[in-house]
Design a protein around this ligand. Structure first.
Ligand code: GAR
Length: 188
């Protein structure tokens, strides 16, 4: 049984997808053993609803070192699911190859510091890009720069809005996130 720690900052619909995937067999032989948030958010409630241990570590310069102290030793994979803090170099290096993130665009475009959630959707719409999508990638100390594990795209329509774009991206995320988690769990 592989142990997953999930880091969250927001509504946690991707966390929910992972919890459901573990429960319905989409993510076999794994369990979410810990959820850590860097701020008060609904994702913590989702963990609580499923009896999953959950901890809040306030965001700030000590977040990564505090996280390093509490993360279970048997953790096989750390999954960033709508997590908005930046993990420091030391943390990224000590868990190299064991941290993955989901990003709401087609990296390497529209990534980096400040590119999260609606900021990404706004930038994509403003750019006149013909397509968008979601990317799961390994986390390294360069923000959104780690190796891409899985990516899926769709065509942006002429009538696309922030809301419709966000909805389409979440749908793709729910599809590729469990697949990417399985593929990495089979490697670690
Ligand atoms: C997701 O769309 C995820 O890709 C994005 O935040 C959303 C979280 O939604 N992550 C980033 O922007 C990270 N740079 P959720 O809390 O409902 O899963």
């Amino acid at each position: 049984m592989k142990n997953i720690t999930v880091l969250v900052s927001g509504s946690g619909s991707n966390l929910q997808r992972i919890i459901d995937g573990v429960e319905n067999g989409d993510i076999p032989n794994a369990r979410v053993s810990l959820v850590v948030a860097d701020r008060e958010c609904f994702a913590l409630q989702r963990a609580e609803n499923h009896g999953i241990k959950n901890i809040l570590i306030k965001r700030g310069k000590d977040f990564s070192s505090e996280l390093g102290k509490i993360i279970p030793e048997n953790t096989d994979l750390i999954v960033l699911a709508g997590f908005l803090s930046i993990l420091n170099r030391e943390f990224c290096e000590s868990f190299q190859g064991k941290i993955i993130n989901i990003h709401p665009a087609l990296l390497p475009k529209f990534g980096g510091k400040g590119m999260w959630g609606h900021h990404v959707h706004q930038a994509v719409l403003a750019s006149g890009e013909k397509e968008s999508g979601a990317t799961v990638h390994f986390v390294t100390s360069g923000v959104d720069e780690g190796e891409i594990i899985l990516q899926k795209s769709f065509e942006i329509s002429d009538t696309e809005t922030l809301e419709s774009l966000s909805e389409k991206i979440h749908k793709i995320e729910f599809e590729i996130f469990p697949q990417a988690i399985n593929s990495v769990l089979n490697r670690v």
